[in-house]
Design a protein around this ligand. Structure first.
Ligand code: AMP
Length: 310
């Protein structure tokens, strides 16, 4: 595996750096992407560093993307954070730079980039970026620390999920020494709007649960419309079924505008990403995603989850 030092050398070498992350970003994607951007700018103020990708409206309170022009890629270093495979990289121009680096914590099924650093034992890409800065002696700014801390609590569910290790906590502890309003940020990450509260109530009332704790729920376009919730906003309810003590693993089928289903799979202790891989998806052992093309395929996915728990 590439050492942090090799990545630092590349950062030092290039004057122009563009950082990408995955589509449908979450707080860790944004935290690792813009956290790294802030670190580079703070330590190398003369470099041009930009964050590329779609501005997800529900998350612009965390960070906003830059206006990246085609010519910016000429002779640039491109770094992609938190993205396992190339089809999921937001903004396909990531190939247009001079040198490509992948930094990620998902299983390395798609080895892309001229060099890569992948640590599947890390809770989050934000944990890796912090580790990178600390180990290579780069300074963190308060803004970078806030973004990275936010990314870690996003991917660990406030240190609840099994991916939280002693190293995660040690790194988070370092980040907490910087000056940012930790309580306000944690509260924001933990709160939801009335419409999300109502959708949660719908989920609790309609969740199908079998005797082994396999659960599923279908969110049709009609349901999304009824609760005035977008596909991206379903991130706020992805952990909801797991609040029920008897639920062990669950699938949330979110109907998309084109009629196919985004499948969000979660589990407390049984590895479920093989199910995701069989249905055009992938991800972490306990948190993965897939695509389904019919109600029948949704049922098959639910059956596969059930079988894992027996
Ligand atoms: P999500 O339910 O979208 O939050 O996804 C959970 C995790 O599964 C993410 O961290 C992604 O790594 C992974 N994932 C989701 N959808 C896909 C997909 N279509 N292909 C590969 N990995 C995915």
């Amino acid at each position: 595996m590439t050492a942090f030092q090799d990545i630092l050398e590349k950062i030092k070498h290039y004057d122009s750096i563009i950082i990408h992350r995955h589509m449908k970003p979450d707080p860790d994607a944004l935290g690792s992407q813009v956290g790294l951007k802030e670190i580079i700018k703070y330590n190398f103020p003369d470099k041009t560093v930009k964050a590329a990708g779609f501005n997800e409206p529900t998350l612009t309170w965390i960070a906003e993307m830059d206006d990246v022009q085609d010519e910016d890629y000429k002779g640039a270093l491109v770094i992609v954070t938190d993205t396992a495979n190339t089809p999921r990289i937001d903004d396909k121009r990531y190939t247009k730079g001079d040198f490509l680096i992948k930094i990620d914590h998902h299983p390395n099924d798609d080895v892309y980039g001229d060099i890569h650093y992948v640590d599947t034992s890390a809770s989050s890409a934000s944990e890796i970026i912090t580790d990178f800065a600390l180990k290579t002696g780069l300074n963190l700014s308060n803004t970078a620390a806030k973004l990275l801390y936010n990314g870690i609590i996003g991917d660990t569910g406030h240190f609840l999920y099994p991916a939280t290790t002693s190293k995660t906590l040690a790194i988070a502890s370092k980040l907490r020494t910087y000056n940012f309003d930790f309580a306000a940020m944690s509260r924001r990450m933990d709160s939801f709007s009335i419409k999300i509260a109502k959708l949660q109530a719908y989920i609790f009332n309609n969740l199908k649960i079998d005797e082994k704790g396999a659960a599923c729920i279908l969110l049709t376009q009609d349901i999304l419309k009824k609760f005035d919730v977008t596909d991206a906003e379903t991130a706020a309810i992805v952990g909801t079924p797991g609040k029920i003590d008897s639920v062990q693993a669950w699938a949330i089928f979110v109907e998309q505008a084109d009629g196919h289903y985004r499948v969000r799979l979660r589990s407390k202790s049984t590895i479920i990403n093989e199910v995701a891989k069989r249905h055009k998806g992938g991800g972490h052992p306990f948190a993965s995603g897939a695509n389904s093309y019919s109600l029948k395929e949704n049922e098959e996915i639910y059956q596969e989850l059930k079988e894992l728990l027996t």
